[in-house]
Ligand binder design. Sequence first.
Ligand SMILES: Cc1cc2nc3c(=O)[nH]c(=O)nc-3n(C[C@H](O)[C@H](O)[C@H](O)COP(=O)(O)OP(=O)(O)OC[C@H]3O[C@@H](n4cnc5c(N)ncnc54)[C@H](O)[C@@H]3O)c2cc1C
Length: 430
Amino acid sequence: MNKYDVIIVGAGVAGLSAAYVLAKAGVNVVVLERGLNPGSKNVMGGVLYRQMMEELIPEFWKDAPLERPIVEQRFWLMGKDAVTSGGYKDLEWSKPPYNNFTVFRGKFDAWFASKCVEAGALIINETVAVECIVKEGKVVGVRTTRPDGDLYANVVILADGVNSLLARRLGFHKEWRPSQVALAIMEQIKLPALTIEERFNVASGQGVTIELYGDATLGMMGTAFIYTNKEHVSIGCGTLLSQLSQSKITPYDLLDRLKQHPLVEPLIKGGEAVEYYAHLIPEGGYHSVPKLVGNGVMIIGDAAQLVNGIHREGSNLAMTSGRLAAEAYLIAHRVGDFDERMLSPYAVAITESYVIKDLKKYKNATHIMEKNPAYFNTYLPAVNEAAKEFLSVDGRPKRSKQWLILKRFFGHRGWFRSLWEIIKLGRSMK
Ligand SMILES: Cc1cc2nc3c(=O)[nH]c(=O)nc-3n(C[C@H](O)[C@H](O)[C@H](O)COP(=O)(O)OP(=O)(O)OC[C@H]3O[C@@H](n4cnc5c(N)ncnc54)[C@H](O)[C@@H]3O)c2cc1C
């Protein structure tokens, strides 16, 4: 019988984080990955957060294949030919300890997997886990597509990403509703490093992220993004599937429209589109997080809806959940008991960490914005209109402009209603 201490399904950042901690502790751990190799199926814009990775591998940035440390984060509220912008630039972020980096997940995950193998983990590629094997109410292994396909373990960790069929089959959650996932599409545009640095106004090797709202997603709930890599610019957009399916636009046309926007096009002009991706992102937030622990099983990363869509964080929540699940396993391993009660320290630790605390903070915000399209299609454009009004020098006194701005901002939907809607959203994020 093929028996391991732990089977991890999925070699994304969540699964690899768990595998690394377990292998380092001498646990006999196998990771099953359906792709050709780790990273080959993974898509990310993508910003990887230094702190959560360094909790696993100190000073990983000396060795890992990273693109650029991000020194500036910009926010653009887009109109048709206009933008109201803000942001923060910090040159401290260009050197250790760094804040975050852009990465290509294809390269990064492959490197991370090699570190897991060095630590003693076994990674089996091109192997799809089809379902968990359950005996007497306890998960004891997984069935795979290989001819000798059944593998057994004390514990199975499900790190199989947003679609997590295995957790669904175990009854941990139902199929995600279109309002619980966003569809993200993106392209990599190849450009010389110097051109990227000139266009984004950064020094050699430094990077910028831009988050775009409003017209960038045609007023649908979601964001678009532009990230600088060494010799590529990642450009993409993600909108809630429920809203995208109601709109008449295809995802590809939405991205094309963004690329042709007069304020975006100069950033990518002359570049060659070399890769194109589409992927779901869990957006259900706190209310969609399923049960995280069962008898002999734990769920981590996107499979558990651990994504903070408002702050565009997912990889860090995945890494932290992987580490905490591995640490819970190590406690259970000492006792030799792997039932739900013994694995529950994972659920406790994650609830006490920033992961669940942050999701809880925004627990109603996404639903409020989803239910009321005015936040994205009325109030965001109104900010641009206000900026235009206030900054146009046309001989009208500033006080009358202020009044006009307020009238426009609140006039669209009525003063009381608008005030209430803004207070409601503010309260949902406090
Ligand atoms: C376009 C886009 C941009 C993003 N940008 C950012 C960003 O800037 N910053 C950020 O922090 N997060 C970002 N995210 C989110 C982030 O990518 C995810 O939160 C993170 O990758 C989750 O890691 P994971 O290991 O849980 O899942 P994944 O990375 O999806 O890994 C799951 C793995 O499981 C494998 N798998 C699935 N099913 C099976 C099976 N049955 N058998 C075997 N293997 C299986 C898959 O092949 C995959 O390798 C972005 C996501 C997208 C789509």
